[in-house]
Design a protein around this ligand. Structure first.
Ligand SMILES: *[C@@H]1O[C@H](CO)[C@@H](O)[C@H](O)[C@H]1NC(C)=O
Ligand SMILES: *[C@@H]1O[C@H](CO)[C@@H](O)[C@H](O)[C@H]1NC(C)=O
Ligand SMILES: *[C@@H]1O[C@H](CO)[C@@H](O)[C@H](O)[C@H]1NC(C)=O
Ligand SMILES: *[C@@H]1O[C@H](CO)[C@@H](O)[C@H](O)[C@H]1NC(C)=O
Ligand SMILES: *[C@@H]1O[C@H](CO)[C@@H](O)[C@H](O)[C@H]1NC(C)=O
Ligand SMILES: *[C@@H]1O[C@H](CO)[C@@H](O)[C@H](O)[C@H]1NC(C)=O
Ligand SMILES: *[C@@H]1O[C@H](CO)[C@@H](O)[C@H](O)[C@H]1NC(C)=O
Length: 506
């Protein structure tokens, strides 16, 4: 009897293990960045860098999960395996609708996936192809791999092909060619390659840091490129966007994600001058290796990004898993006058799985008041819309109990949105785990400030304004820390609306 009670307690402790409610994590063991994101029919496919045998980086395969709503995921068998001494590193996938590869038929065109082959024996990285003729359920490695050998990479890579990786591939209608972007690890450079059959590739151009006017020189060691065309809201035009994860130099330190706009002629990308205030897609520590879903139907039309949330390797205090997918977010580009900014928001599918815990309207909050103190929850979608005195600071604390709390602040006097993890719980597992991350946020033209906070067990993702700034951070509070508070100091604020919604899946 005692034995079975102990077993039950142990099972519950393992079952909890900071597992999030509405974010994807591996069933067991390690993940790093997403790969090959693609929608096929009504199914969203997520592939991801996965070590299925240990809770650390290594033995990398493409893990696989599917979803009908980007919120609830079903684990699937490995899609592209580590095999015969070659691991399956990061890459992307695309629909070969014209069967240009000849790997499907005209009646049943193939889905293609390009990935980096990694030889742990000697560190070599080459580029490989896999295909699916059953709508992405199973994937077969192309018999002619590698499609780009280390020898073919060598003239275009300082390391002679040891560090050439992360193929982003798409079909470019205007030139009738496949385009591949490769990152050159440790270097500040992408290379562009072209192909007519997705199998034979020729180098076309390099994009180096020196070619990007205004890019901070600290944004070093580029990895995991993505590239796509995006409508410019407020115009009839589109622009090309290139997304990169540098290993260094992000606003919160370490790796992060920046986005460039520019033009593309099928051979080379000409970046627009960088506006540093709109360069970074996230100001937190935990949003890296961002990728977007391909093959989203035009009637939907969204460009949806997801990234890996974990900048601490195997250090976080989780036992059965490491690495969480960020909650999928839409990416739009808005033009006002000559100024452009990216806007990111959680996908609307989230609204379908939340229910209201409390809603406040038109209430003035003054120093000394504490709202939301009767609300409890650890998986929440909180939206606060307010105006605030020029010297006042609005503070929303989540995952709170006793002295533990994670505080989201809006400081009107310096126009700063911040996430304060100094009392978030366990911050000793990594030297980068605590601290305060901040982003510039000005009220809109009516003086209104909007903040949306997704809280999920071990993370906060904070969207400011219309989504012009985002701060994503992991947190590891005590399981019992489920309180909230909303307070103001240094003046009053008028809360137009406060919506606290709980997210619960069936
Ligand atoms: C697709 O590829 C298959 C296999 O090579 C080939 O038999 C077929 O003719 C191709 N169809 C088209 C439309 O290219
Ligand atoms: C790396 O090792 C693989 C497997 O043994 C071998 O095929 C390949 O030629 C090696 N590459 C280099 C550059 O040594
Ligand atoms: C924090 O997490 C690390 C890693 O799991 C663990 O070694 C450490 O004991 C934890 N610290 C506290 C204060 O719980
Ligand atoms: C919301 O949920 C309903 C019922 O499950 C489903 O039919 C609908 O497609 C969902 N809507 C979105 C936007 O996911
Ligand atoms: C809140 O205030 C706004 C502006 O004064 C008004 O339009 C709205 O009806 C008010 N809402 C409620 C619920 O009182
Ligand atoms: C708000 O910002 C001002 C100006 O930088 C600073 O002096 C003040 O300490 C900040 N307030 C809080 C509560 O952090
Ligand atoms: C503004 O104040 C916040 C604290 O409220 C601080 O974290 C941030 O660094 C300050 N930003 C600037 C630009 O001074």
């Amino acid at each position: 009897m005692i034995v079975s009670i102990l077993c039950l307690l142990a099972t519950q402790a393992v079952a909890a293990d900071y597992r999030p409610v509405f974010h994807f994590v591996p069933d067991q063991n390690w993940m790093n960045e997403p790969n090959g994101l693609i929608k096929i029919g009504s199914t969203w496919h997520l592939f991801y860098q996965h070590n299925p045998t240990a809770n650390v980086w290594g033995n990398l395969n493409w893990g696989h999960a599917t979803s009908s709503d980007l919120v609830q995921w079903t684990h699937q068998p490995l899609a592209i395996t580590s095999e015969n001494g070659v691991e399956a590193f990061t890459g992307t996938s695309y629909y070969d609708i014209d069967n240009t590869s000849g790997l499907g038929t005209s009646q049943n065109p193939p889905y293609l996936a390009w990935y980096t082959g990694y030889f742990p024996s000697n560190g070599t990285q080459d580029q490989r192809l896999a295909f699916s003729i059953d709508d992405g359920v199973t994937w077969t490695k192309f018999a002619g791999n590698p499609i780009i050998s280390a020898a073919q990479e060598a003239p275009h890579d300082e390391t002679g092909g040891l560090e050439t990786r992360d193929p982003k591939v798409f079909y470019h209608d205007a030139t009738g060619k496949w385009i591949m972007l490769l990152a050159h690890g440790g270097q500040n450079k992408l290379s562009f390659w072209t192909s007519t059959d997705a199998k034979h590739w020729a180098w076309a151009s390099d994009l180096t840091m020196a070619q990007v006017p205004g890019l901070p020189s600290t944004a070093e060691a580029w990895e995991v490129p993505d590239m796509f065309e995006l409508p410019i809201e407020g115009t009839d035009e589109t622009t090309w966007v290139v997304i990169v994860t540098p290993a260094q130099g992000s606003p919160a330190g370490g790796n992060g994600v920046f986005a460039l706009t520019g033009s593309f002629d099928g051979t080379s990308f000409q970046p627009d001058p960088v506006d540093v205030s709109t360069l970074w897609l996230d100001y937190g520590r935990d949003f890296d290796g961002a990728m977007s879903w391909e093959n989203v139907p035009a009637v939907d039309g969204r460009r949806i990004l997801a990234a890996i949330s974990n900048s601490y390797g195997a250090n976080p205090p989780t036992n059965t898993w490491k690495g969480m997918l960020s909650f999928p977010r839409t990416l739009a580009l808005q033009q006002t006058g000559s100024a452009r900014r990216f806007l990111q928001l959680p996908v609307a599918e989230l609204d379908n799985v939340s229910s209201s815990l409390t809603a406040i309207q038109n209430q003035t909050i003054s120093p000394g008041q504490n709202l939301l103190s009767s609300i409890h929850g650890t998986s929440l979608d909180i939206q606060v819309v307010f105006t605030i005195n020029t010297d006042a600071v609005l503070s929303l604390a989540v995952r709170k109990a006793g002295s533990q709390q994670t505080v989201i602040r809006y400081n009107r006097s310096n126009g700063t949105l911040s996430v304060d993890r100094t009392a978030s719980g366990n911050i000793s597992y990594d030297s980068a785990a605590g601290g305060v991350h901040s982003a510039p946020l000005v009220p809109d033209s009516s003086g209104v400030v909007r903040i949306r906070v997704l809280v999920d067990t071990c993370s906060v993702e904070v969207f400011g304004g219309e989504g012009e700034v985002v701060i994503s951070d992991l947190i590891f509070p005590d399981e019992t820390a489920d309180e909230l508070s909303l307070q103001v100091t240094g003046g009053t604020a008028i809360l137009q609306t406060v919506d606290v919604r709980e997210i619960a899946l069936n």
